[in-house]
Each structure stands twice: as structure tokens, then as C-alpha cells.
Design a protein around this ligand. Structure first.
Ligand SMILES: *C/C=C(C)/C=C/C=C(C)/C=C/C1=C(C)CCCC1(C)C
Length: 263
């Protein structure tokens, strides 16, 4: 049975608690500032806000799940309570990862709606596949199963990252000079944050059921989520703001919902 020292238990507890607050604050912030960017980029900000809003809810569930899974006995935390439900993370990803892809494609400013739709039509199913293939490995009790599903999940993962990296590089020259550096940075932020998930996934391989591996995995996913959702959303906001300044005002467009549907 998994046993954590008080310090190990508290570090995860505090990280989850802080993450709920960070996501909730970012949600409010993105909604409040959305009128500062031109109507063209407002859908990207609304989608960013949705991502952190959904994640705030899921982290609240993960946080209470963590509390219910352990009890404090003889100076240590013993996992003898309700089973800790790892599915909240995967449920969160299956919703937020496609939204993150939409957010990126809107800000890329692919003017050709057909191209935008084609890109999403391959990336979104690939993301769903990546997450669905990762889950059986995440809850596996042995390393062989974990590695097998991890490797399968990495195939769509590499495809998604390569496509996005290539797209971002290609759209660099079409960007106004004021946002070129930010776009350049965005490529690496994407690689570094998304690349962190498979690393956190692998921690238990070194010490399955060990306390250190469990704490590192939970912290790893949490930090990656903060950077990939809130950090990413804020960079997208700054890019949208700079693009608005560079492109000047534009006439009001149809409401956000209509444009998202129409592409
Ligand atoms: C907001 C949540 C995000 C951006 C989640 C991203 C998740 C991944 C990139 C997960 C990737 C995985 C692999 C590439 C292999 C092992 C299993 C996963 C699902 C952890």
C-alpha cells in the first residue's frame, strides 16, 4: 500500500490547491481582457478561457480525490481510502487538448477556412487517439503494459507535434514583425510543455508503486498542465494583442459562436 511522508503528501495537496486557484484566476482574466483584442482573435481567447475553466473544475475533483484517498496514521499518509481516480486527468485532456488545438489554429490566422478545417480534422482525432491509447498504460499495474501503451500513444503524439511545429514555422513569415519573436517562442513552449507529459508518464517505470514516483508524476502533470493551459493561454493573449495593434481596428464580425462553427 502506498505510504507518503507528511511532506510528500502536502506538496501534492498544495500543488493541486494552487492549480485550482491559478486556473480560476486565468479564466476570469481571459474573459475580462477579451475586448482588448480585435474581434478576429476573440474566439481564441474565449477558447483559452474555456480550457482553464474546465481544467479548474477537474483539478477541484482531483484535489478532493487526493484528500479522500489517504488517511493520516502514525505520522504518515496511507492510501487506504477511496481509490484515487486518475480518469479525471484523462477526461480533462480529451476535452481540453482539442480546444488547445482550435485555439492555436485560430491565432495562426490561417485565412483559408478550408485549410483550417483540414488541419483540425487530422489533429483532433490524432489527439483523441493519443489520450485514449495512453490511459490503459496509465492505470496498468505492470511496467510492460505501461511501456506498450505509452509507445502506441507516442505515435499520434509525434505526428501532432511535428505538424504543429512545421505549421508554426511556416506561418512565421506571414506574421507581423511585432509577433514574430512570440510565435518563434510559442513553437518551443509547445514542444517543451507537451513533451513533459510522456516524461511524467514514465516516472513510475523507475519505481512503480513507490512514493517518490507517485509524487513526481502528479507534480509533473500539474506543472505541465499549468504551462500548457494557463501559460499558453497568456502567450496567445499577448500575440492576439500585438496582432490587433499591428493590424489596426476592424469592423465587428458575427458573434463568436457563429464564427467558430463557420470556421
Ligand atoms: C492540457 C493538457 C495537455 C496539453 C495534455 C497533453 C498530453 C499529452 C501530450 C500526453 C501524452 C502521452 C504520451 C505521448 C505517451 C504516454 C501517455 C500520454 C497520454 C501521457
Amino acid at each position: 500500500m502506498l505510504t507518503l511522508t507528511n511532506q510528500q503528501y502536502q506538496i501534492v495537496y498544495n500543488a493541486f490547491s494552487l492549480t485550482v486557484a491559478l486556473f480560476a484566476a486565468t479564466f476570469l482574466f481571459l474573459l475580462l481582457v477579451r475586448s482588448r483584442v480585435s474581434a478576429r482573435y476573440r474566439p481564441a481567447l474565449v477558447v483559452s478561457a474555456l480550457v482553464v475553466g474546465i481544467a479548474a473544475y477537474h483539478y477541484q475533483r482531483i484535489f478532493s480525490g487526493w484528500n479522500e484517498a489517504f488517511s493520516f496514521r502514525d505520522g504518515v499518509w496511507v492510501q487506504d481510502g477511496l481509490p484515487f481516480n486518475e480518469a479525471y486527468r484523462y477526461a480533462d485532456w480529451i476535452v481540453t487538448v482539442p480546444l488547445l488545438l482550435v485555439e492555436l489554429v485560430v491565432v495562426l490566422g490561417l485565412t483559408d477556412a478550408r485549410e483550417r478545417r483540414r488541419l483540425l480534422a487530422t489533429l483532433v482525432p490524432a489527439a483523441a487517439l493519443m489520450i485514449a491509447l495512453g490511459y490503459p498504460g496509465e492505470i496498468a499495474a505492470d511496467n510492460g503494459t505501461r511501456v506498450l501503451w505509452g509507445v502506441l500513444s507516442t505515435i499520434p503524439f509525434v505526428y501532432i507535434l511535428a505538424t504543429l511545429f512545421f505549421r508554426l514555422s511556416r506561418s512565421l513569415e506571414r506574421q507581423p514583425p511585432a509577433t514574430r519573436t512570440l510565435f518563434d517562442a510559442l513553437r518551443y513552449v509547445l514542444l517543451a510543455t507537451w513533451g513533459f507529459y510522456p516524461i511524467a508518464y514514465m516516472f513510475p517505470l523507475f519505481d512503480l508503486s513507490g512514493a517518490g514516483a507517485e509524487v513526481s508524476r502528479q507534480l509533473g502533470y500539474t506543472i505541465a498542465d499549468i504551462l500548457a493551459k494557463a501559460g499558453y493561454g497568456l502567450i496567445i493573449y499577448v500575440i492576439a494583442l500585438r496582432k490587433t495593434e499591428a493590424e489596426g481596428p476592424e469592423p465587428e464580425l458575427a458573434p463568436v459562436g457563429e464564427r467558430l462553427v463557420a470556421g
